[in-house]
Design a protein around this ligand. Sequence first.
Ligand SMILES: N[C@@H](CCC(=O)N[C@@H](CS)C(=O)NCC(=O)O)C(=O)O
Length: 209
Amino acid sequence: MKLYSFPGAPNPRRVLIFAAEKDLALEVVNVDLPGREIKQPEFLKKNPSGKIPVLELDDGRCIAESVAISRYLESLVPEPNLFGMDAYETAVIEMQHRFIEFELNMQIGFAWVHGPIVAKMGLIEPIEEMRRRGDAGARSYYKRLNRELETRDYVAGDRFTIADITALCMIDFASAMVNLKPDETLDALWRWHARVSERPAVANQAGMS
Ligand SMILES: N[C@@H](CCC(=O)N[C@@H](CS)C(=O)NCC(=O)O)C(=O)O
């Protein structure tokens, strides 16, 4: 199976970590992201959203969206389980994962899209108020996550799951590229960050720096 990716990009990194946790080898195909290869008709046939990651199966069928791809991989290789073992745990992981996707990723996305790096690409007219709101929203979520991680070791409970992968990839991206590194005083968040980062599957799939 091929994974269309770009070195260090946060969403492909989510899938690469997920696959590595399952010891599943994917053939990585790096796209020309700056050259906008993913907006060309040939790539849009693989993912009409024009984004990476995309998983291409050996028969040419494609799956986009990191969670959809991860669910596919979990079905192929159920262990170690990363989406939940029973009805309650599965629901809690889904709940925490959705909090992160809607309340953290989206805020980081606003701060990124309306920030200086994307502005230099000249693709959209940045709106400073959107950048500021994204920044404030992400920082507020960091504080909430820190409070929650004072009571448990992982984002969705007492073990590593897909929710940790998503949170880590987005926080690393925000720290490196969006000037949104969590405050040093958020001790529980940083302890969790160290705990998760030292996992071989995570350490071997570096983010952007
Ligand atoms: N919801 C998607 C987000 C994918 C996404 O935004 N990917 C980024 C790279 S990390 C991308 O392709 N950006 C290029 C663009 O949006 O034009 C997922 O989870 O896979």
